[in-house]
Design a protein around this ligand. Sequence first.
Ligand SMILES: [Zn+2]
Ligand SMILES: [Zn+2]
Length: 155
Amino acid sequence: MYNKYDLRTITIKQLIVMRPVKELCDMLRERGMKITPQRRLIFEVLQDGAEHPTAEDIYHSVRDAMPDISPATVYHALNDLVAMGEVTELDLREGKRRYDPCTDGHYHLVCLNCRGVVDIMRASENPKLLPEEASGYQIVRCDVVFYGYCSGCQG
Ligand SMILES: [Zn+2]
Ligand SMILES: [Zn+2]
């Protein structure tokens, strides 16, 4: 009975990580963007920081090292990374966005109580629309999020 719901998943912390910070900085420079010490630090925090952090989380981590940094600087840097496809923006219905350095298509499992987020990598293909179902749309993204209560939050 349980097998019916067994997704045969493997959960990996970050299967596809962001590009190394140096490479990322080179890419930004090629596109005429400025690399400031603040931006470099934001990239570093994103790379090895908490999973699926919010912009606020990132801001607080960066501020520990650079007390003068402004939230706007953090938002701009994040927007650039999203525009470049290096980071995925996640909306988990919390009223705030999270940032995921793992850009490989994966599912998310969210605890409605503690807001824990788990990455789920499926060996099989992600859901796809048949061409006749897509109504001529060019599909660029598909989000699959399961909501529930983690084992620590049940009962
Ligand atoms: Zn929980
Ligand atoms: Zn994720």
